[in-house]
Design a protein around this ligand. Structure first.
Ligand SMILES: Cc1cc2nc3c(=O)[nH]c(=O)nc-3n(C[C@H](O)[C@H](O)[C@H](O)COP(=O)(O)OP(=O)(O)OC[C@H]3O[C@@H](n4cnc5c(N)ncnc54)[C@H](O)[C@@H]3O)c2cc1C
Length: 507
C-alpha cells in the first residue's frame, strides 16, 4: 500500500484496496465523505448503515494518510489529560471525553465482531510512568482525574517494561489493533452495503445552492446534501488551520534478540513522551516504540530522530534489528480537544473532523458517531463540546498566517540550466536545499542517481517557504503542514495543489 512518506510503516505490507467503481455516481448523494483514513471510512460505514446514500472519495488510496503511519494504540488515557480538560473546560467535559473514548473502543470492538475482521484486535492494560519526583506529582494529579471520570486506574509497582520509574499507574481496558487491516475490511463492508469508494479522486472545490452541494474533483463532479472533510486537516484556508499545529512524530518496529516483548501499552511522562507496545503482524512479533516529536518543518535533521529513538530503545531492550522505521504527521488542537462538526465559514451542511493530536484512532472513530448523529438527527450529545464553531472567528485571516516561517512571494518563470546550477550549488546525492540562485529562491533535490529536481518552495496554501524532510524525502511546510514529494506532488493538505515545478535543461 502507498503512504504519504518515503519510509515504509509496519502496516503497509498489504495489497492496496481495489474499489468496485472508478467514477463518481451521477445521482445525487446524501453524503460525500472526503478522505479514506480511519475517520472517513468509519464515518462512511456508520452513515450508510443509518440509511444514507454515501460516496467516499480519496485523493490517493485508502490508508494513504496518517492512518497508514500511526501506531494504533486504542486508549482512553488521552494525550490531553482529564485534569487539563477539567481546567480548560469543566468536569462535565472531562467525563464526556472519557465516555466517548470508551464508546469509540466499544464501536471498534463491535465492528471487529460484526464483520469478523481479522486485525489482531486485543485488549491491553496501559501504564503511565513517572521517572522523578516532578513527574510523580503530575502522575498523582492524572490518577485523581482518571478516577473522577471513572477510568479503571490505580497505582502499580509492576510495569512490564525495563524502563526505570519512581511511580506508575495502570489503566485497564485499553486495546490495540492493526489499523490498515481494520480500515480495509471496513471499506469492503461499506461497499458491500451499497457505499461507493472512488480512489485518485481529489476534491478541488465545492459550491452550494439551496443547500445542494456540487463537489468538484479531479474525476468530475458529484452533488450531495452533505459533505464531510475527513482529510485529517481540511483543504483550503480555514480558521482551523490556525488552531491546529502540525507535528511530525517517529516510530520504530524492532525485532528483539530475546522474547521480552511487553503485552501492554507503556508510556512515560517526558515531553514529547516515549511509548512501547507489541504487535504481531503475519506471525512475527515486533516491539513498537515512538516519540521524538517536533513541529513540522522544524526538525533540522529528521533522520537523526530515528537514531535518537533507536538509542533510547537500545538502552532497555536487546535489539536484533530495526525492521521498520517511519514518521508521520498529526495536528495538535489549540485547546486540547479536537474539532468535530460544522466547518466554520461554510454552509451548515459541510462538516469536518480534525485536531486529533495523538488520539486519532479514538477521535476518528468518535467522529463517525458524532457526525452520524448530527447528520441523521441534527443533534449529538457531544456536538457542543467538540464543535469547531467554539473557536472565535479570526479578525483578519490574511494577517495571521506567518507563525514564524519565512513567507515567500517569488514567481519563478522560464527554465534553469543544470550545469550552471550544479556549479553554483553544491549538493551531494540524496541531499536537498532551499537556495538563492540568480535572485530566485529554489527548492533543489539531487536524487541518488544524481538527477536534479527543482521546485518553487512557496507552498501554494499561503506562500510559506517549505523545508526539507530528509527521512521522508518530502518538502514540508512549517506553517500548516502541507507536504510535497521532491518532484512537488501534493502529499498532504491543506494545500490543494502541487508546488510549481521549475524546468531544468541540460544546456
Ligand atoms: C506516528 C503516529 C502515531 C500515532 N499513534 C496513535 C495511536 O497510537 N493512537 C491513536 O489514537 N492515534 C494515533 N495517532 C493519530 C492518528 O493516527 C491520526 O489522528 C489518524 O490516523 C488520522 O486519521 P484520519 O482518517 O483523520 O486522517 P488520514 O489517515 O490522514 O486520512 C486522510 C485522507 O484524506 C485524503 N485526502 C486529503 N485531502 C483530500 C482531498 N482534497 N480529496 C480527497 N482526499 C483527500 C488523504 O489522502 C488521506 O488518505 C498517531 C499519529 C502518528 C503520526
Amino acid at each position: 500500500m502507498k503512504r504519504d512518506g518515503f519510509n515504509v510503516s509496519l502496516w503497509q505490507g498489504r495489497p492496496a484496496f481495489i474499489p468496485k467503481y472508478d467514477s463518481l455516481p451521477s445521482e445525487r448523494q446524501d453524503v460525500v465523505i472526503v478522505g479514506g483514513g480511519i475517520t472517513g471510512i468509519s464515518t462512511a460505514i456508520q452513515l450508510q448503515k443509518a440509511g444514507k446514500k454515501c460516496t467516499l472519495i480519496e485523493a490517493q488510496e485508502i490508508g494513504f494518510g496518517t492512518t497508514g503511519g500511526t501506531t494504533a494504540h486504542l486508549n482512553t488515557m488521552m494525550d490531553t489529560t482529564y485534569d487539563e480538560i477539567k481546567k480548560k473546560f469543566n468536569a462535565e467535559a472531562a467525563q464526556k471525553v472519557a465516555d466517548i473514548a470508551q464508546s469509540a473502543i466499544t464501536l471498534i470492538r463491535s465492528n471487529v465482531k460484526e464483520y469478523g475482521i481479522d486485525c489482531a484486535y486485543s485488549m491491553r492494560t496501559g501504564y503511565l510512568c513517572a521517572k522523578d519526583d516532578t513527574q510523580a506529582k503530575m502522575l498523582d494529579t492524572i490518577l485523581e482525574s482518571c478516577l473522577e471520570v471513572k477510568l479503571p486506574a490505580q497505582y502499580t509497582g509492576d510495569v512490564p517494561t525495563p524502563t526505570p520509574y519512581v511511580k506508575a499507574i495502570s489503566v485497564k481496558d485499553q486495546a490495540q489493533f492493526h489499523p490498515l487491516d481494520y480500515i480495509l475490511a471496513l471499506a469492503q463492508h461499506f461497499e458491500a452495503i451499497g457505499g461507493r469508494i472512488v480512489h485518485d479522486c481529489r476534491l478541488t472545490e465545492f459550491t452550494e445552492e439551496n443547500k445542494l452541494l456540487t463537489i468538484k474533483t479531479s474525476k468530475g463532479e458529484v452533488t450531495a446534501d452533505a459533505l464531510i472533510f475527513a482529510t485529517h486537516i481540511p483543504p483550503g484556508v480555514n480558521v482551523l488551520h490556525f488552531l491546529c499545529a502540525p507535528y511530525r512524530t517517529y516510530a520504530v518496529a524492532v525485532k528483539l534478540k530475546n522474547d521480552n516483548y511487553p503485552d501492554a501499552l507503556v508510556y512515560d511522562l517526558d515531553d514529547p513522551y516515549h511509548y512501547f507496545r507489541t504487535q504481531e503482524v503475519d506471525g512475527e512479533r515486533y516491539l513498537i516504540a515512538g516519540g521524538e516529536d517536533h513541529k513540522t518543518g522544524h526538525g533540522e535533521n529528521t533522520h537523526e530522530r530515528f537514531k535518537c529513538l533507536e538509542a533510547y530503545v537500545r538502552k532497555y531492550y536487546d535489539i536484533d534489528h530495526v525492521a521498520y522505521q517511519w514518521s508521520s504527521q498529526y495536528y495538535e488542537p489549540a485547546d486540547g480537544l479536537p474539532y468535530i462538526g460544522h466547518l466554520p465559514g461554510n454552509p451548515e451542511n459541510v462538516y469536518v473532523a480534525t485536531g486529533f493530536g495523538g488520539n486519532g484512532m479514538i477521535y476518528g472513530t468518535a467522529s463517525a458517531m458524532i457526525l452520524t448523529a448530527l447528520i441523521t438527527t441534527g443533534h449529538s450529545e457531544y456536538g457542543d463540546l467538540f464543535s469547531p464553531d467554539r473557536t472565535k472567528p479570526m479578525a483578519s485571516m490574511g494577517n495571521v498566517i506567518k507563525e514564524g516561517a519565512a513567507v515567500t512571494k517569488d514567481m519563478i518563470t522560464g527554465w534553469l540550466s543544470i550545469p550552471k546550477l550544479e556549479e553554483a550549488v553544491e549538493l551531494a546525492k540524496g541531499e536537498a536545499k532551499v537556495v538563492k540562485y540568480e535572485g530566485k529562491t529554489i527548492a533543489l533535490y539531487k536524487d541518488n542517481n544524481g538527477g536534479l529536481h527543482a521546485v518553487n518552495p512557496a507552498c501554494p496554501h499561503i506562500k510559506c517557504s517549505v523545508g526539507w524532510n530528509n527521512t521522508e524525502k518530502s518538502w514540508d511546510c512549517p506553517c500548516h503542514g502541507s507536504r510535497f514529494s521532491y518532484t512537488g506532488e501534493l502529499l498532504t493538505g491543506p494545500s490543494t495543489s502541487d508546488l510549481d515545478k521549475i524546468d531544468l535543461k541540460a544546456e
